[in-house]
Design a protein around this ligand. Structure first.
Ligand code: ATP
Length: 506
């Protein structure tokens, strides 16, 4: 099999790479080409605001889809650090001992080949397949090919392709014409290669000194929260820098921008002045700064929240309220809470906003109210899933309402790692057993908790595994036979009346 190995930084991969690969494939009748994104290039340092290794790997995969017979290897990225081509080729030789290897490279690489580590080893392991990158570089390659063969042995195949004169440097500089649609979307979705200095300068020109300082404060806190919660910093930074970019525009200008970009808004007069800047900023972020949808929506919802907040929405929403420059007395505590518990901080902030507006005789915008309900719901579900005792409580109440008898709760956390609680109950018939299990499942589902699995639905013992709580529903005979209470005799018995009486007290 003839295998081409095409290494590069691919930061980002572009049509020049893809077309060169296709040309070599055709010219040398290769069976396959393997793109190998490098971990850290030996000859050049990665530029600032560059894509991560993982992102370059993803983009290379997207590019490779357009080259028939191509695949992508993460061999160098997994090895990490500085990789040398001679070592990579040795690995491929071990992987594919029968294959004839070809190392693909453009003119620029051949011209610097003498500076590579162990060039003679490379030439012993693979033939070089050198393709053109520039107009008029053919003679240069041919001469360099001869010299290389003379100096290091082996074979250099010169590919007389039509070059696509383009580079990743150009793409990073904002020229996206040679990126495939899939790679271009990836670049945009991940806010890669944004010229953040130019972005900041532009926003600075739109804002007073004070608001610009606030903007930088939001950017700094957003990036910190992004690092904590696993959002991409680039995206958090861009959304934060742009979130208030329309705030100081006259209302009439904002309205005409919204109209121009077809932004639908339904604010009443009370809210219009306060809130429309978020819609305007989102429209500008899309139209003038070319930001992706996720960033634009975080900007759009940064003052009101919404009922399906993404991680980025939450980060921008909270950071806006409590960044370092905010004078609000609750800002420092909220900042700390956001770093520990972002969802809790969102609930707190939405709640505070609704209360403050109502206290001042204003009507909170409907989206803030629905956001608050949704955020509280998420919180409650999370708590339920985290606390097995809440699962037990709901299950016991559901079972009691459906007339289960002899409900027993054992706290088994000290005896086993299987669960924290066992709930045991008896039903009268098989039908009753199933009715009990369905009711418990339904009630817990309403709380956002679903079972890991349920066993024995048609037998005399239904077992519902909810992780920290395992619920056992028996027919009387089976309960006596399996005698779980006896088996877990050392476990503490929990008084279920405390669960059942809670509702009565209310
Ligand atoms: P940068 O601009 O960041 O230096 P690049 O565009 O040169 O990047 P690399 O990933 O460094 O791309 O290059 C990997 C390989 O692809 C090299 O062998 C290079 O010669 C080749 N190559 C890069 N661009 C082209 C192109 N437009 N046409 C043909 N080959 C190319």
């Amino acid at each position: 099999m003839k295998t081409g190995i095409f290494g590069g930084t691919f930061n980002p991969p572009h049509e020049g790479h893809a077309e060169a690969a296709r040309a070599v494939m055709r010219a040398l009748s290769l069976d396959r080409i393997i793109f190998v994104p490098t971990a850290q290039p030996p000859h050049k340092a990665l530029p600032r605001f560059s894509a991560t290794e993982e992102q370059r790997l993803c983009m290379t995969r997207l590019m490779a889809e357009s080259v028939e017979g191509a695949s992508v290897s993460d061999i160098e990225i997994l090895r990490g650090g500085v990789n040398y081509t001679a070592d990579t080729l040795s690995e491929f030789k071990k992987l594919y001992p029968e294959d004839e290897l070809y190392l693909l490279m453009g003119t620029d690489m051949l011209l610097s080949f003498g500076a590579w580590k162990r060039p003679a080893d490379i030439c012993a392991l693979a033939s070089l397949a050198v393709f053109r990158r520039e107009e008029n570089d053919l003679e240069k390659i041919k001469a360099a090919a001869k010299e290389t063969e003379k100096a290091y042995g082996g074979r250099v195949c010169v590919i007389e392709n039509d070059p696509i004169v383009f580079s990743s440097t150009k793409a990073r500089g904002g020229d996206r014409q040679m990126l495939s649609p899939a790679v271009e979307k990836y670049v945009s979705d991940h806010c890669l290669y944004v010229d953040t200095d130019a972005l900041c300068e532009s926003v600075k020109g739109r804002l007073s000194e004070k608001r610009y300082a606030h903007t930088l404060g939001v950017a700094s806190l957003s990036c910190e929260l992004a690092r904590i919660y696993g959002e991409e910093e680039n995206r958090a930074f861009c959304a934060a820098v742009l979130h208030d970019c329309a705030k100081e525009m006259p209302l009439s200008e904002q309205l005409s921008i919204c109209e121009k970009y077809g932004v639908k808004q339904d604010y009443d007069e009370d809210n219009l002045k306060e809130l429309i800047h978020a819609d305007t900023a989102a429209a500008l972020a899309k139209a003038e700064y070319n930001m992706c949808d996720d960033v634009c929506r975080a900007i759009k919802y940064h003052t009101t929240g919404n009922d399906e907040m993404t991680l980025l929405d939450k980060i921008i929403y909270v950071a806006d309220a409590c960044e370092e420059n905010r004078k609000w007395d609750k800002a420092p505590a909220l900042r700390e809470q956001a770093k520990r518990d972002l969802d809790g901080a969102v609930v707190f902030l939405l709640d505070e906003t609704v209360k403050r507006l109502e206290k001042n005789g204003k009507k909170p915008y409907y989206r803030t109210r629905t956001a608050l309900c949704a955020a509280k719901d998420t919180e409650r579900k999370k708590k339920m899933a985290d606390e097995p005792v809440s699962i037990v409580k709901t299950a016991v109440k559901a079972a009691d309402a459906k007339k289960a008898s002899d409900i027993t709760v054992l706290k088994v956390a000290a005896q086993t790692t299987l669960a924290d609680y066992f709930v045991i109950m008896t039903g009268m018939t098989g039908v009753h057993l199933r009715a009990l299990s369905e009711e418990i499942e339904k009630k817990l589902k309403e709380e956002g908790v679903t079972p890991h699995h349920i066993e024995g639905v048609t037998s005399s013992w239904i077992l519902m595994d909810y992780g920290g709580a395992v619920i056992n529903i028996f027919l009387q005979d089976a309960r006596e036979m399996y005698a779980l209470e006896r088996l877990w005799g050392d476990a503490e018995t929990v008084d279920i009346n405390t669960f059942l009486s809670e509702d009565e007290e209310k």
